[in-house]
Design a binder for this molecule. Structure first.
Ligand code: TRP
Ligand code: ZN
Ligand code: CA
Length: 450
């Protein structure tokens, strides 16, 4: 799916400043109707200068799957940890990357008495202190060739890496692609990688994107919701195609992103479904067969090249490239990043305080001496309203006191706070309390601009 122009990555939760945007950018507000916005997050907000991703040729992705199938067929029917088909899979992927100019590294580990391998491939350039990773597990179960699980993610990530090379892409972030061993034995390879990264190296990883099963034969379009900004990159891609998505819920933590999330790294990813059954409502919106598993060959011998939905594989491969281009070539952490929470929070009449949170991450140093706090509280008598900004360490900064004679509606205002003694990263809260009876309202949205 080719994109004709750089796209915004942000949905309602993450809104870049209008001044950074071209006039043709789609409205961020259009996506706000579904779930309440999760707190926005991180250095990923400013993507306005990102380059447009190329179309990833489906034929190339499928050619990789054909090769992985041949490897399995020649090696007892699988590509499982400790079996020759696994090492042959590593050799295949590594040779492609070496020829394309990547710096590849094979990491060995031992599990169940057998040697396992992780492969990483670094693309030269980008900020070494802001590493964007994308990965997939390359091992299959012993019962089959593992073409959807997870030849599909492995091939999609590989072809995206090769597209980076074809474009000789100049990135702002440093790109690192990864293929993990022994996922099927319990995320062994990815956990080994994370555990063996020195703390200083771990801290440089700005985000990890995981692709495990992206060509299921009866597909759904599931997006991980672990990090709002990374989720928004994928959601905006699919909304541009007119393809509805759902949040991934078929076993949180059941793939290699969990190894990264567990040590506090922002994660995202895509998934087209495993053994769970597609509902009637899902078949309505995505096509396919309701009452049938997304992948009836999950972990079985029929997980062959015949077990792939081409449309799903094509869309998801293009989505990988979209995320790499958007996140990897966008400006990093410039002034003007906006962190917003647009989820409504009811304010009880003459009741306890309520809060709304935005998560700031990926920044260095303290918050600004003049931090703009834009508040949008709808209320029928604003004199009842007391509002504070609460820093991550709990320090409260008074934005507004109550006043018995201010009968105007609403608190829609931008307050300026000297937050220079507060580290920027962490959970910031808008705290609002209604301190007098009768009139009431709600937090409509609020945002911080760093
Ligand atoms: N490889 C995973 C597994 O065998 C597949 C899977 C199941 C999955 N549920 C998931 C991958 C949810 C990502 C997200 O368990
Ligand atoms: Zn699996
Ligand atoms: Ca009141």
């Amino acid at each position: 799916m080719k994109l004709s122009a750089p796209r915004r990555t942000a949905a309602a939760a993450v809104i870049a400043l209008a001044g950074l945007l071209g006039a043709a950018a789609p409205s961020a507000g259009a996506a706000s109707s579904a779930a309440p916005a999760a707190p926005s997050n991180s250095a990923w907000t400013s993507t306005a200068q990102a380059l447009a991703a190329p179309d990833i040729p489906l034929a190339n992705v499928k050619a990789h799957l054909t090769q992985l199938q041949s490897i399995a067929t020649a090696n007892g029917g699988n590509r499982a940890h400790g079996r020759p088909g696994y090492k042959a899979s590593i050799d295949y992927v590594k040779a492609k990357l070496d020829a394309a100019g990547f710096t590849t590294t094979v990491q060995q580990f031992t599990s169940g008495g057998a040697i396992g391998y992780n492969l990483t491939a670094d693309w030269p350039g980008g900020d070494p202190n802001q590493v964007l990773m994308a990965g997939a597990h390359l091992d299959s179960v012993t019962t089959g060739a593992g073409i959807n699980d997870n030849g599909s993610g492995s091939a999609g990530v590989l072809e995206t890496a090769l597209a980076v090379s074809r474009a000789q892409l100049q990135t702002t972030k440093h790109l690192r692609f990864a293929w993990w061993g022994a996922e099927e034995l319990g995320l062994i390879g990815s956990r080994y990688y994370v555990n063996n990264l020195p703390a200083a190296e771990r801290a440089k990883i700005s985000g990890y994107l995981n692709f495990d099963m992206i060509g299921s034969p009866n597909p759904g379009y599931f997006v991980y919701d672990d990090n709002a900004a990374l989720e928004a990159v994928f959601k905006s891609y699919f909304s541009g195609l007119g393809v509805p998505t759902e949040i991934e819920t078929e076993g949180d933590g059941r793939s290699d992103h969990a190894s990264f999330k567990n040590v506090g790294i922002a994660v995202g990813g895509l998934f087209t479904g495993a053994g769970r059954t597609k509902t009637a409502a899902q078949a309505q919106k995505w096509g396919g067969t309701s009452g049938q598993a997304f992948d009836r060959c999950y972990h079985s011998s029929c997980d062959t090249t015949a077990n792939i939905n081409d449309t799903a594989l094509d869309r998801n491969s293009d989505a990988i490239a979209h995320a790499i281009w958007t996140l990897g070539t966008g400006a990093t952490n410039p002034p003007g990043d906006v962190y917003e929470n647009a989820a409504d929070v009811a304010i009880p009449d003459n009741g306890p305080a309520v809060t709304s949170t935005v998560t700031v991450s990926g920044r260095t140093g303290n918050a600004p001496a003049a931090l703009p706090v834009a508040v949008d509280v709808k209320h029928t008598w604003r004199g009842d309203v007391v509002a504070d900004l609460v820093a991550p360490d709990g320090t409260a900064y008074r934005l507004k006191n109550s006043s018995s004679n201010d009968s105007a509606d609403n608190v829609i205002d931008t307050f300026t706070v000297d937050a220079s003694s507060e580290p920027a990263n962490g959970d910031w809260k808008l705290r609002v309390q209604d301190v007098a009876s009768q009139d009431t309202g709600y937090i409509d949205s609020w945002k911080l601009t760093f």
